[in-house]
Ligand binder design. Structure first.
Ligand SMILES: Nc1nc2c(c(=O)[nH]1)N[C@H]1C(S)=C(S)[C@@H](COP(=O)(O)OP(=O)(O)OC[C@H]3O[C@@H](n4cnc5c(N)ncnc54)[C@H](O)[C@@H]3O)O[C@H]1N2
Ligand code: MOO
Ligand code: MG
Length: 421
């Protein structure tokens, strides 16, 4: 009699793996290699921004009080006593009727409390000395970027776990973080099992298929922020498979196998877990596809037995492996983003179990539409290429119709517009 497995709800399965999640490690890297890495330390302002009062314009720094009598009919004259560009430090303090010719980004001289743009000043020379006149009153602090008005020293600007994007990198550079502590990428081993498997560069043979899961998982690992170490494909033969899994465990943080987790005569993973002495956390989940997804723990290592069926394998990775990797990368929001969307297609199948339908999103005026990516079967590979999200249909629901509101879990969103307008 074949083993009867008891399915557990998806959220329970997620909770079980997250209880054994990997503790994140850190490493120091150069800012130049930090794109798409996650911070393992917060960014704290090491000084004020700006760190000195500066001019936002090319113009003249002056004392606003000296413009008190200025009007259209009464231009007020200033003597220009210094000329500074950005990076130069003013040496002279302004006295009554004096001004400094100043460029954008340069430090405001002592005595000045405002900057008049060139456009409102009439500059001229008299006896080889520069002057200008102004017909408007200026106010204190007008056109001055005050020290610390953007950021104050000691402020926590970015939390640890944040993905380093171009803006974060600019902040790191601003504060002189040329080396930064980032989350170390966990190493995830991948083994494909199945006597039927050929590698990508092999000719198709009768009864065989190419191993598409391993390259797919490698790519999912890298999208999730981990490092993939591929150990090749194994024929469904117990002893050699057991040894390959055992050896791989010496070198990785997490081990993923695909295939061989169900109840077939050549599904060897359950016996391999037993011989390894690994504790199986679950081997049946109330979901489609990926119901056979298995997780086990040996010491502090997680082993994921993903389904051999490509769509089931893909879904199993995103729901259970991805959050473990994201947690190890210090992301305090490690789960897929969940949004609501309007179903654009018909989905007539009933859903005895929670279903994760491979789908994609479009944005039409202010509404989010969700479309089926292709054939909704566990064994298909062809719909995965179009998938940018999973439509989540709760267990116990009937079919769904266009216009119904459904939930979606986003996998990626990198598609732009065809036209700029
Ligand atoms: N009697 C039962 N049979 C099955 C059950 C069940 O509950 N009772 N569950 C079905 C479900 S659901 C799934 S999903 C599959 C899971 O099978 P396994 O995870 O054990 O995987 P395999 O049997 O090794 O292979 C399944 C399928 O996938 C193809 N495959 C395997 N590896 C790869 C790869 N690397 N790249 C591409 N395709 C791969 C393999 O050739 C098979 O066609 O079990 C059902 N059966
Ligand atoms: O695990 Mo299977 O993928 O439910 O279809
Ligand atoms: Mg099988």
């Amino acid at each position: 009699m074949v083993e009867r497995r008891k399915p557990i709800p998806v959220n329970e399965a997620v909770e079980k793996v997250m209880n054994y999640r990997l503790k994140g490690q850190t490493e120091k890297i150069s800012i130049n290699e930090s794109d798409y890495r996650r911070l393992a330390e917060p960014i704290i302002a090491k000084h004020n921004i700006p760190s000195f009062d500066k001019s936002p314009y090319d113009g003249f720094a002056l004392r606003s009080v000296d413009t008190a009598e200025a009007s259209r009919d009464n231009p007020v004259e200033f003597e220009v006593i210094e000329h500074i560009g950005a990076g130069q430090v003013p040496q002279k303090e302004l006295k009554n009727g004096q001004a400094t010719r100043i460029m954008t980004g340069a430090q405001i001289p002592a005595g000045a409390d405002c900057v008049a743009m060139f456009e409102i000043c009439n500059a001229y020379e008299k006896n080889n000395q520069s002057f200008f006149s102004i017909k408007r009153r200026m106010s204190k602090d007008q056109n001055i970027i005050g020290e610390g008005t953007e950021v104050l020293k000691g402020e926590v600007l970015i939390e640890e776990g944040t993905l380093i994007n171009p803006g974060v990198k600019a902040l790191l550079a601003t504060f002189g973080y040329h080396e930064i502590e980032v989350a170390k990428k966990p190493v995830i081993g991948v083994i494909a099992t199945g006597t039927e498997l050929l590698e990508v560069d092999e000719e198709l043979q009768p009864g065989k298929i190419r191993n598409s899961n391993a390259p797919m998982i490698a790519s999912q690992i890298s999208r999730a922020g981990g490092i993939c170490r591929y150990y090749g494909k194994l024929a469904d033969e117990f002893e050699s498979s057991y040894l390959a899994v055992k050896d791989a465990l010496d070198e990785v943080d997490i081990l993923i196998t695909t295939g061989g987790v169900s109840v077939g005569d050549f599904d060897l993973m359950p016996d391999i877990y037993e011989k390894l002495g690994a504790e199986v956390l679950f081997n049946k989940i109330a979901m489609r596809p990926g119901s056979v997804t298995t997780a086990a723990v040996k010491g502090n290592q997680l082993l994921f037995g993903l389904s051999g069926n490509p769509s089931a394998c893909y879904v199993g990775f995103e729901l259970f492996v991805r959050p473990v990797i994201q947690h190890a990368l210090f992301n305090n929001k490690p789960y897929l983003k969940r949004i609501n969307a309007i179903l654009a297609d018909e989905f007539p199948k009933p859903n005895p179990f929670t279903r994760f339908v491979r789908s994609y999103i479009t944005y039409e005026s202010a509404s989010v539409k969700i479309h089926l990516a292709g054939i909704d079967k566990s064994n298909v590979v062809s719909s995965l290429a179009q998938s940018t999200c999973f439509m989540v249909l709760p267990g116990g629901t009937r079919g769904f119709n266009p216009g119904d509101e459904v939930e979606a879990l986003l996998l990626e969103d990198m598609e732009g517009q065809k036209d700029f307008s």
